[in-house]
Design a protein around this ligand. Structure first.
Ligand code: NAD
Ligand code: UDX
Length: 454
């Protein structure tokens, strides 16, 4: 009998990871379930709910063969031997720990559904990013309701980055599997190792105890985000001194102990993970009586907030300290290129700051639909007459006083800036929040062009 896997949560992680397992292990039957019927319908359609380069092709190959999307959560649980939990774990917005701790209501609700519908032994795999020790909570709920069934809980955090998910899943730096060092735990670890071993070299599959695995996910994101805040802090110093942050990053990145990746100064990091996971880590530190460690990590988020603020302030101060009624074109709204995800995008903070100064803000993004942009900035059901969305970069910039590049979409690099400049107000300003454009060339065209840390 073919091994059956069910994944609860058909989001940015559940969809792509399960599609990759189905592709690489044709003998395994994979079902992804979600309560959100609209999302499941989109996974079953020609327009997938998330934009990810290469994902359409993978899904087209396996959907209907050994990959299925469904809203039948209970049936999915009953039929599978392995159940991945890939639901959202956002920052709590209420009660104790509001604004910092992870909200585990969806994790707990899934654990209760599994306990209710399981009809035999199951391996439960935490795919979501969760606070250390969450496996204990899941196990407690399961065993209290087990009706004699045996459950093993594993931690298998996901390290994919959006925009490169298919490449990351095809050739991961590592796969991490944490489990209990008991005979049952070891057997469950081996079952999951065998799933990944269909395509991941064995030496890239790391096994640890449960708590190390849960912890390593939070720490990986904290270290990555810390590098960005570190280089962004240096960007501010570069602007004050005449050093060029890209040149500094290049010089330090050549030290093999530092390495060149994740040293790109920017308007600030966004995305659903970095801020949430650092705040969660910092909250955990405080919970365990380590306020100094908590403050250390929280400063990474504070630096990021300051960077977003600094970028908008630079626009206002360069435009003679007033942007009231000036048209400002915002190029890009997704939190990074090659995704339609806008969660915690720095564009939100930049748009809000400019609107607070009564600017007229016109946003263009190649993948994010207009209603989503408007809702993210002003909130559902609210209307802001100064905020609008354009269908192209040219339309956004026509008649504008300034352009702010907030997402590093490749198409911005090949725009006809001579044409754009001719159609703008003069003097025309450009603020490259991603350092992707050739500033000397733009200056030669007549732009007052600024980069980050330059
Ligand atoms: P998401 O919001 O895109 O998807 C989560 C899905 O879970 C939603 O579709 C929601 O409807 C569904 N869901 C919630 N409760 C449910 C329930 N009880 N039953 C069935 N479905 C339910 O989230 P995501 O971006 O895929 O992230 C999921 C987890 O993975 C989070 O913990 C996140 O921190 C982690 N993670 C995300 C990324 C990323 O790049 N987005 C990378 C690594 C890890
Ligand atoms: C991140 C982690 O990279 C991934 O391993 C984890 O599983 C989920 O969180 P993601 O948020 O999807 O992935 O994208 P990432 O490439 O890490 O970028 C995060 C943010 O940092 C983006 O806004 C990006 O533009 C910004 N960034 C990244 C920089 O500003 N500079 C850099 O050098 C790198």
């Amino acid at each position: 009998m073919a091994l059956k896997i069910c994944c609860i949560g058909a989001g940015y992680v559940g969809g792509p990871t399960m599609a990759m397992i189905a592709l690489k292990a044709p003998g395994i039957q994979v079902t992804v379930v979600d309560l959100n019927a609209t999302r499941i319908a989109a996974w079953n359609s020609d327009t997938l709910p998330i934009y990810e380069p290469g994902l359409d092709e993978v899904v087209r190959q396996v959907r209907g063969r050994n990959l299925h999307f469904s809203t039948a959560v209970a049936a999915g649980i009953r039929e599978a031997e392995i159940i991945f939990v890939s639901v959202n774990t956002p920052t709590k917005t209420y009660g104790v720990g509001a604004g910092r701790a992870a909200d585990l209501r969806y994790i707990e609700s899934v654990a209760r559904s599994i306990a209710e519908h399981a009809n035999g032994p199951k391996i439960i795999v935490e795919k979501s990013t969760i606070p250390v020790k969450t496996a204990e909570t899941i196990r407690d709920i399961l065993t209290a309701n087990s009706r004699g069934h045996a459950f093993e809980v594993l931690s298998n955090p996901e390290f994919l980055a959006e925009g490169t998910a298919v490449a990351d899943l095809t050739a991961p730096d590592r796969v991490l599997i944490g489990g209990e060092r008991t005979p049952g735990g070891e057997e469950a670890i081996k079952t999951l190792v065998d799933v990944y071993a269909h395509w991941v070299p064995r030496e890239r599959i790391i096994t640890t105890n449960l708590w190390s695995s849960e912890m390593a996910k939070l720490v990986a994101n904290a270290f990555l985000a810390q590098r960005i805040s570190s280089i962004n802090s240096i960007a501010a110093l570069c602007e004050a001194t005449g050093a060029d942050v890209d040149e500094v990053a290049h010089a330090i990145g050549r030290d093999s102990r530092i390495g060149p990746k994740f040293l790109k100064a920017s308007v600030g990091f966004g995305g659903s993970c970095f801020q949430k996971d650092i705040l969660n880590l910092s909250y955990l530190c405080e919970h365990f009586g380590l306020p100094e460690v908590a403050a250390y990590w929280e400063s990474v988020v504070r630096m990021n907030d300051w960077q977003k603020h600094r970028f908008s302030q630079r626009i206002v101060s360069s435009l003679y300290n007033t942007v009231a009624e000036k048209r400002i074109a915002v190029f890009g709204f997704a939190f990074k290129k090659d995704t339609n995800d806008t969660r915690e995008s720095p564009a939100i903070a930049v748009c809000r700051a400019l609107l607070a100064e009564q600017a007229r803000v016109v946003v263009y993004d190649p993948k994010v639909p207009a209603p989503e942009i408007l809702e993210e900035v002003v909130g559902k059901g609210n209307h802001e007459p100064r905020l609008s969305v354009a269908q192209s970069a040219y339309e956004a910039a026509a008649g504008a006083h300034a352009i702010a590049v907030v997402t590093e979409w490749d198409e911005f690099k090949t725009l006809d800036f001579a044409r754009i400049q001719a159609e703008m107000k003069h003097p025309s300003f450009l603020f490259d929040g991603r350092n992707i454009l050739d500033l000397p060339r733009l200056r030669a065209l007549g732009f007052r062009a600024h980069g980050i840390g330059k």
